[in-house]
Write a new protein. Sequence first.
Length: 524
Amino acid sequence: MPGALGLLFHQMGTLWKHFGINQKVSIILALVASLAVIGGILYWSGRPDYRLLYSGLSLEDAARGREKLDEARIPVEIRDHGQAIFVPAADVYRARLMLAADGLPKDSSAGFELFEQPKFGLTEFAQQVNFQRALQGELERTITAIDGVQSVRVMLVMPRDRLFATEQDKAASASIMLSLKRGAQLQGEQIHSINQLVSTAVPGLSQGHITITDQQGRLLSDASQREDPLVGSSQRQLETRRAMEDTLARKAQDMLDLAMGKDQAIVRVSADIDFRRIEKHNEKFDAEGRVLFRETISSENSSEPSRSPAGSSARVAVGDPAATVNMEQTASGKMKREDIDSEYRVPSERETVVDQGGRVTRLSVAVSVAARNGEPRNAADIENIKQLVRSAVGAVTTADRKDEVSVIEMAFNRQPDSQPAWQWWERLPFSISGSLRTVGGVILLITLYLFSRRTFRQLSVERETVGTPVSMLTSADGGAHSISAGDEAAMLENESPLDTVSRLAEQSPSTVATWIDHAVRSKS
């Protein structure tokens, strides 16, 4: 075995000596490229598959987490500008459990756990501030659970009880800043739910005193929005009006499509909606049906000397017929006084009417009907179509509301359903882009083949076919002996054998060296 290896190394060394400078450089470059490719493959195959551990971390939490993972000898990669931690897939769950045991990542918002440990010596103001902090933290945690929200900051303004405070001073307010995830966008219902959630969680806070913004400074909530969803901002009113118009137009359009055929009529509806909120209080009193509720009678007797003739008198209070004072004086000087106090209950009726708004005050419906082939519709047909549309959209005509429905017959300008003419390359049975990619791939393969062929040709040893050894090319007298068939043309041009050998030595020095070595060995 060692002899075989030695023979192999000797042959390789001999072959290496026979290579030219270009061949040696090509071999070295090919060997370096091969080693680089093999090393890259081994590196990437041995590199662990990193998985996301936590994202959206603060720089402090990321630093603490990396320190803990380094202590546990777990490889760590920090990505996303220091806000995401990646670890090998096999260590994901172990790393999460380890960081959770250390309380990482920490929640920046503090909730009602502030009151878990009692603190003595705090003033009433400090207790109120802690309660406000805890309430803000709980709201932040709750809002963060909404899909699309990454982080939240809630700031509450809680009014203090003062003696001469107005209703406006006693109202609470809130400001909410949302940090949304990349590419996320909250819908109107989600914003309204956040508004409703905060208003019901904070005492004395109404939806009109809540301001919601995002991290880019865009206002997401309207501060003038009322509690009634129908009486909100102008944008909400416009959406309500569009939804009602689309619903009524779709109802009439579906009915006409079934009755007249597809694309035979066009319906458009315009609705006037009153969004005012009206409250009415009515109170009525019935004086005729009054009922005695309570009556008090008090009497008083006295005896005085008589100075007037005997008789009786009555004194009635002005403006109060129920309170009557009867006085009776006798001849003997005795006087009797009697007071009657009566209280009546007068029946009353109270009525509170609250109009929530969103009332339709007027409907305008425009219907365009396609004309038939040369036969216009008569008035009865137009009236029938009008009645159908009025019934479909609920149009009425009263003293307070007069809806309008217009039906007009006209010829529709229908565009022919003609497809654009295809170009000649679009009619081919194959794709031009695919063909170009195929041709490019073939050209690339041919180029690689030619390049590799040229490289291997340079690596191979070119051996000239020489008919006889060098020792027999020239004799003592310089005469010519046998030559190869390849050099026959040169000899015909009166080229001497010595010139031929010189030319062969310039073209292939390794071959000439082999011949010389063979000649020396044969002579010895």
